[in-house]
Design a protein around this ligand. Structure first.
Ligand code: NAD
Ligand code: IPM
Ligand code: MN
Length: 352
């Protein structure tokens, strides 16, 4: 038996609903593969913020440090400004644990209808590699001339040579092990300093990866191409903000934002990595038991892969594919009437 110690942060809204679904699936898979997962659950959330004035305790990061991985549902609640909830929990975890890679795979599963006529199951299979700790997400800048007609806000984006090089190298490496194609998303026709810098580094690093065909696309045109020809992409690398936007777009291409998973990876393994669905706390559907659990369940599979358990991981992704292909059970975001619990139960039954 192999033992793993996981930190669990269900968070807010549907985070509280999809996390138990992922745990149900992990339980069966652990039994099948003789794995022993123990969980430390933390109630860090907007609810805690409203009660105690902070999203997590002052030593929160230290309390996560010794786990093999972190599993997060989602945080965010309408009563708490998003910049407080996110900069109080999600973003510090990504940064303090040097989770500089955010991996966001996308697939059109057989049996799931994409809103795009060009999206054929089996053909659409790409991954967004998002820079996860710098770029446009920055606290540098400020609000000035408050209340005056000259009021303004300034936001500085931070791109470092080291930060760009390591994410670009990761993406090239990943492409070399996939279909050998890399697309770098920038906006160098409109943004003068940061994006041309990113392009330059991609060009420099490409020399080290002769087996990868790469190109650079302007983010606006790229969005259009993803909609028109989603089957042409393999690995797409982009900055923190562009990667964020591309990953929700890609999730929609695959049928629903409820399907997509994310791995916030610390490649050196000095610190734990964090796994979560791409979606947020979805206050509009929270509490009704109808959230699609697939994003969280697929994120659990990514966690297993990261922990060196590829057979257990593919057990989950195979079961996802089989249930979607062989049954018409679907949550409402995919056009069905199944609840989170019903869909999860079917998946668990298939895994057994
Ligand atoms: P969202 O992803 O929560 O919801 C967007 C839309 O997609 C909503 O209509 C929602 O009902 C639907 N949706 C999302 N996940 C679904 C699922 N699993 N099944 C079915 N439908 C689903 O994004 P938002 O509305 O922009 O943000 C809501 C809150 O979540 C905000 O507070 C935001 O800051 C937060 N958020 C948190 C995270 C995170 O913790 N990682 C990520 C994104 C957004
Ligand atoms: C995501 C989310 C977060 C992000 C928000 C909630 C800060 O949208 O994980 O995709 O932009 O990183
Ligand atoms: Mn997002």
């Amino acid at each position: 038996t192999q033992n793993f110690h996981i930190a669990l942060i269900p968070g807010d809204g549907i985070g509280q609903e999809v996390t138990p679904a992922a745990l149900d699936v992990l339980d069966v898979v652990c039994k099948k593969h003789d794995l022993n997962f123990t969980y430390d659950e933390f109630d860090w959330s907007c609810e805690r913020y409203l009660r105690e004035g902070s999203m997590m305790p002052a030593d929160g990061i230290d309390r996560l440090r010794d786990h093999d991985a972190i599993f997060l549902g989602a945080v965010g609640r309408p009563e708490v400004p998003d910049h407080l909830s996110l900069w109080g929990l999600l973003i510090p975890i990504r940064r303090r644990f040097h989770q500089y890679v955010n991996l966001r795979p996308i697939k059109v599963f057989d049996g799931v209808e994409s809103p795009l006529r060009g999206a054929v199951p089996g053909e659409v299979d790409f991954i967004v590699v998002r820079e996860n700790v710098e770029g446009e997400y920055s606290e540098i800048g400020g609000r000035h001339n408050l209340g005056l007609p000259e009021e303004m806000a300034v936001q500085e984006a931070v791109f470092t040579r080291g930060g760009i090089t390591r994410i670009v190298d990761y993406a090239f490496e990943l492409a070399a092990h996939r279909k050998g194609r890399l697309t770098s998303a920038t906006k160098s026709n409109g943004i003068v300093h940061t994006m041309p810098f990113w392009d330059e580094i991609v060009r420099e690093r490409a020399v080290e990866f002769p087996g990868v065909r790469w190109n650079q696309e302007h983010i606006d045109a790229l969005c259009a191409k993803i909609v028109l020809h989603p089957g042409r992409f393999d690995v797409i690398v982009g900055s923190n903000l562009f990667g964020d936007i591309l990953s929700d777009l890609a999730a929609a291409v695959a049928g629903s934002i409820g399907i997509a998973p994310a791995g916030n990876i610390n490649p050196s393994r000095e610190f734990p990595s964090m796994f979560e669905p791409v979606h947020g706390s979805a206050p509009d559907i929270a509490g009704r038991g109808i959230a699609n659990p697939l994003g969280a369940i697929w994120a659990a599979a990514m966690m297993l892969e990261h922990l060196g358990l590829p057979a257990a991981a593919s057990d989950i992704t195979d079961a996802m594919a089989a249930v979607l292909a062989k049954t018409d059970l679907r949550t409402p975001d995919l056009g069905g009437t199944a609840t989170t619990a019903e869909f999860t139960a079917k998946l668990v039954e298939y895994l057994r």
